[in-house]
Design a protein around this ligand. Structure first.
Ligand code: SF4
Ligand code: SF4
Length: 540
């Protein structure tokens, strides 16, 4: 991940970009002699003998390991969504889209439409904007986005239409997605007839949540292999919570193994649940707290577990309740200790939610420093830029006086603009307009009628209608659905479609307690048969 992480700076490196945290963690592990790291190696199965089957691609070995304890930190996989046309080229899961844009530096679209207003969808939307992709809209079925408001605000500043209480009905196109049909939903999430509308786009990103990759956990429990879990494999939460749950799991395992390890403090458990908490209440900015000639404004007004701004101030002027870092940050100037306008708080904030207002040179036309994560050439000194408030309303066009990056907060530009005093405290962002949020050309909007299906099992090409029909005929056993349709029997082993099939049962009013799940059999990951056969021969 290329964005700065939320959470606690002290405990989980909040304020540092995900890719840099990954490097630090991997360094910590690789410098320990006691830890053997096998790269290019995949755990593929757990067997009744309490062994873990591991395929080591580096030397093409299949190994059976008998651990005393297993720690599963396999993360999560994306949920999919059945809708008509959902297998058209141009429709991506958020992970694939972000890999293309952030790692491979490929721009797979000009006009992106997003399904899902959780953190993944909101962050992917901002990554798309950073890559110069126009985000034509985002639908969220709930009445409000489930992700952090600071992420939503980043999209609002670029005028991305966020349609809450809306869903996608269909993706249209012949060889490639050309538009989507969306509609409002009622409080039961059923589309409301007559509210449909078509939005042209050439790419759709599905970000409708994650499922834990937990088949290793359940199989280990089934065969009696002691197992611990950490991160999203145990419970879907923010990355900071995943790291902290890993620390706890490590200590738990050390204790079980009889290593002389300290007790896990209760405060750690409490802190873990704070890091896992959902975004909380949204408060209005109290302008009474803005004092002095120069001060930061925290436009982050929602309770989220985050504290980098409080840890970075050289004069310790930004306070967050250390006992509960979900509380809002406050600027607390003290006698003899004023803000020195170092702009570090502006640069470190993962939500790009802090501005610094400076009246010292010109009381009537103060400067406002604004964080932006865009290439420098978009924001050069002398440019006139559209400045917005936190909700994305344009407040006017104002000149850029200076841009800079502050070590070690690279890739975050701190852009200083000069604005009239009466709007200075409202300024929260800049809307770059060149190339972004331009409507698609009319000739792109023509979409032929096509006969697309609503696919649930992509491997075996089984539609939601086929599954629904069998459920209506009385099928309550997923094994029977498998036998009748081959759904869940493809290469992925049901990793995508199984949860969609359960969803269809729920939509049809069938409680999941009445539904028989299929057994989980190893292997859980595709592996060439030859590899397993070779191992068997060796064992013989
Ligand atoms: S600009 Fe620097 S001194 Fe002022 S509040 Fe932010 S971190 Fe502290
Ligand atoms: S203002 Fe502080 S608490 Fe809020 S997102 Fe930024 S760094 Fe985190």
């Amino acid at each position: 991940q290329t964005h700065r992480f939320f959470g606690s700076t002290e405990a989980v490196y909040a304020g540092t970009r995900g890719i840099d945290i990954a490097e630090r963690l991997s360094e910590q592990v690789s410098t320990r002699d006691s830890v053997k790291i096998w790269l290019e190696t995949t755990a593929v199965a757990i067997y009744e003998e309490k062994t873990v089957g591991v395929w080591r691609a580096s030397d093409d070995q299949y190994l059976l390991i008998k651990p005393e304890i297993l720690l599963v930190a396999t993360g999560a996989r994306e949920r999919s969504l059945p809708f008509k046309g959902n297998t058209l080229p141009g429709i991506y899961g958020a992970g694939a889209f972000q890999t293309l844009v952030n790692r491979d530096l490929v721009r797979p679209a000009r006009n992106l439409f997003i399904i899902g207003g959780g953190n993944v969808g909101l962050i992917a939307g901002y990554h798309a904007l950073q890559a110069g992709i126009n985000v034509v809209g985002l639908v969220e079925a709930l009445p409000k986005c489930g992700g952090y408001k600071v992420h939503e605000d980043k999209l609002a500043r670029f005028n991305v239409p966020i349609l809450t209480s809306h869903t996608i009905l269909e993706a249209k196109g012949k060889d490639h997605v050309q538009s989507v049909i969306v509609a409002k939903v009622d409080d039961q999430f059923h589309p409301i007839q007559g509210t449909e509308r078509e939005i042209p786009c050439d790419c759709v990103l599905i970000a409708v949540g994650l499922n834990p990759v937990d088949e290793f956990i359940s199989k280990a429990k089934e065969v009696g292999l002691p197992v611990h879990a950490a991160g999203d494999a145990a419970e879907i939460a923010e990355a900071s919570a995943a790291m902290f749950s890993g620390k706890i799991a490590g200590l738990e395992i050390a204790q079980v193994l009889g290593v002389d390890a300290p007790e896990i403090p209760k405060s750690w458990r409490d802190f873990e649940s704070i890091l896992k908490s959902r975004p909380g209440e949204i408060f209005k900015l109290d302008s009474g707290v803005l004092q002095g000639d120069v001060f930061p404004i925290m436009h982050c007004r929602q309770e989220i577990p985050c504290d980098p701004c409080a840890s970075v101030c050289p004069n310790n002027l930004i306070h967050i309740d250390a006992a509960d870092i979900r509380h809002l940050p406050e600027f607390c100037p003290e006698a003899g200790k004023n803000c020195i306008a170092c702009e570090r708080c502006v640069a470190i904030c993962p939500g790009l939610a802090i501005t610094l207002v400076d009246y010292r040179r010109d009381k009537d036309n103060p400067t406002v420093s604004i964080p932006m994560e865009f290439a420098e050439h978009y924001l050069e000194k002398g440019n006139v830029v559209a400045v917005t408030d936190v909700e994305g309303h344009v407040l006017g066009q104002f000149p850029v006086l200076r841009t800079r990056t502050i070590k070690p907060y690279t890739h975050t530009l701190v852009v200083r603009v000069q604005v009239p005093a009466e709007i200075a405290v409202e300024v929260a962002g800049i809307r770059l307009i060149a190339g972004w949020n331009q409507p698609m050309k009319t000739e792109d909007n023509f979409v032929e009628e096509t006969d697309q299906e609503n696919i649930v099992c992509r491997c075996e090409h089984i539609s939601a209608d086929q599954i629904r029909q069998l459920i209506r005929e009385g099928v309550r056993d997923i094994n029977q659905l498998k036998a009748a349709t081959k759904a869940t029997m493809g290469a992925c082993g049901g990793k995508t479609c199984l949860s969609l099939i359960r969803k269809i049962f729920r939509e049809e009013g069938v409680p999941l307690e009445e539904v028989t799940d299929p057994p989980q059999r190893p292997v859980f990951v595709e592996v060439p048969l030859e590899i397993l056969a070779r191992n068997r021969q060796e064992a013989d």
